[in-house]
Design a protein around this ligand. Structure first.
Ligand SMILES: Cc1cc2nc3c(=O)[nH]c(=O)nc-3n(C[C@H](O)[C@H](O)[C@H](O)COP(=O)(O)OP(=O)(O)OC[C@H]3O[C@@H](n4cnc5c(N)ncnc54)[C@H](O)[C@@H]3O)c2cc1C
Length: 422
């Protein structure tokens, strides 16, 4: 056991990015994960979009109405199961209290500053380390079938992101010029927004490269290691109890995604973070001609369609069902129906692909939409968790922010909105 080593619990996007940022500042790190492989939870097959342009929390009044309309339903993109309602009750109240227009705008700005910082760091890191994760840098495209919604989205972008967000409003013709694969459905579209600064990529591939880079820099990563408990000594962290051994550490970082509250509960730290289950479906597109080139977001229903090299992924849906691991065919039918709505020709080509990858993950969703980054009320215990639907977008920036705080350096952006003690 290395002296002064920082223990990081969780080897997803946040844990690995944090390890890398700390190594760059001369710290020693040990990442522990309960799964047999890193990035096998929420960071595995997400939609892969790096979208500062989508820096809004999910508790806008229209989203809340949408969630409530899905109670008990499996055919809706958002659903709440009756059985899970008690476990979401207090979190849900805070979620709703944070949905006032002024809170919504303040939170959105907080997410945006971190997302912008994060995207810049992701880009720099990719160029410096020279690795590929099926990244695309041609922006993202939001589709609209309703003029009013398009106008609202433009106004929201202007208010929250100002001039710094490179947006291009497209009419129907321009939309098809940018993404010819949409030509079959052009009649149903009133226009779109091209967010030129957004990127996309395969977050699992990114994590695997990050794992290698962390090891090369001298960091250690142990998988198949379940943390049972964090032990304290006089209100300071002292060690972690794993299913293999007790490991001493003066500094511990919880990056355990949706499982973070469970680890913290015993220490009487309550963070309002709950799992929100989402699904993705990935089809093989090798050999298919005229496949889409640009990641697309469907405005109102939180569906994303991301083309990768030889693959296409449809992701979305939100289930408030705790850690329920049941797989509902209706969810996949829903994702398929959306692929059919946006790219009917492609759908009819891939729909019988028996090898399509079906996946679900639990987004670690905070009640106010902002992550928890920084030292907790316990000395030496840090958090980097609660990134919800934007963990890939926010990973590198959050890691940078926390690493600066840990080594006592000046942070690149204001750390207050994300305080772990709020
Ligand atoms: C369908 C879907 C689509 C998404 N699309 C996007 C997108 O397009 N863009 C975007 O920015 N974000 C997206 N997200 C969100 C993003 O995937 C998550 O926010 C992000 O992966 C969270 O990373 P994490 O490291 O916090 O958690 P995780 O990746 O879940 O990692 C947590 C790790 O902690 C480990 N762990 C937990 N408890 C313990 C313990 N006791 N001991 C040891 N290890 C432990 C787990 O095994 C796990 O590996 C999407 C999510 C979903 C579900």
């Amino acid at each position: 056991m290395e002296k002064d080593q920082i223990i990081i619990i969780g080897g997803g996007l946040l844990g690995l990015a944090t390890a890398n940022a700390l190594l760059d500042r001369g710290e020693k790190v040990l990442v522990l994960d309960k799964n047999p492989e890193v990035a096998s939870a929420a960071s595995f097959a997400n939609a892969g979009m790096l979208t500062p342009s989508q820096s809004t929390p999910w508790n806008s009044p229209s989203d809340i109405a949408y969630i409530l309309s899905g109670i008990g339903r499996k055919d809706s993109p958002m659903s709440v199961s009756f059985g899970a309602i008690p476990s979401y009750f207090f979190w849900g109240l805070r979620f709703i209290l944070n949905s006032t227009p002024s809170r919504f705008e303040k939170i959105s700005k907080g997410i945006f500053y971190l997302a912008k910082h994060s995207k810049e760091l992701t880009e720099k890191f990719r160029l410096k380390e020279e690795f590929s994760y099926d990244e695309s840098t041609n922006g993202t495209l939001k589709l609209f079938r309703d003029r009013e919604r398009l106008q609202k989205s433009i106004a929201l972008s202007d208010r929250i992101y100002g001039d710094s967000n490179a947006i291009n409003v497209l009419n129907q013709k321009e939309l098809i010029e940018l993404e010819p694969a949409l030509s079959k459905v052009r009649k149903g579209l009133v226009g779109g927004i091209h967010y030129k600064d957004d990127e996309a990529g395969d977050s699992y591939k990114f994590c695997k490269a990050l794992e290698e880079i962390v090891r090369k820099k001298g960091g250690r990563i142990l998988v198949n290691t379940n943390i049972k408990k964090i032990l304290l000594n006089k209100r300071r962290v002292n060690s972690v109890v794993t299913d293999r051994a007790v490991l001493q550490a003066k500094r511990i970082i919880v990056c355990a995604g949706s499982w973070s509250p469970t680890l913290l509960k015993e220490l009487k730290i309550k963070i309002p973070v709950k799992p929100v289950k989402g699904y993705s479906l990935t089809y093989n597109t090798a050999g298919i001609r005229n496949t889409p080139k640009i990641p697309v977001i469907d405005e109102s229903i939180h569906i994303a369609i991301t083309p990768y090299k030889n693959r296409i992924r449809i992701a979305g849906t939100a289930e408030f069902v705790g850690f329920n691991e049941d797989v509902h065919p209706k969810r996949f039918n829903y994702l398929n129906s959306k692929l059919n709505e946006v790219y009917p020709s492609l759908y009819s080509t891939v729909k019988d692909d028996e090898e399509a990858e079906i996946w679900f993950g639990f987004r670690p969703m905070s009640a106010d939409g902002l992550p928890f980054i920084g030292e907790s009320k316990i000395k030496g215990l840090y958090l980097n968790t609660g990134h919800g639907h934007l963990g890939w977008t926010l990973a590198m920036g959050s890691a940078d922010l926390l690493a600066d705080q840990i080594v006592g350096a000046e942070t690149q952006i204001d750390s207050k909105p994300y305080q772990a003690n709020r």
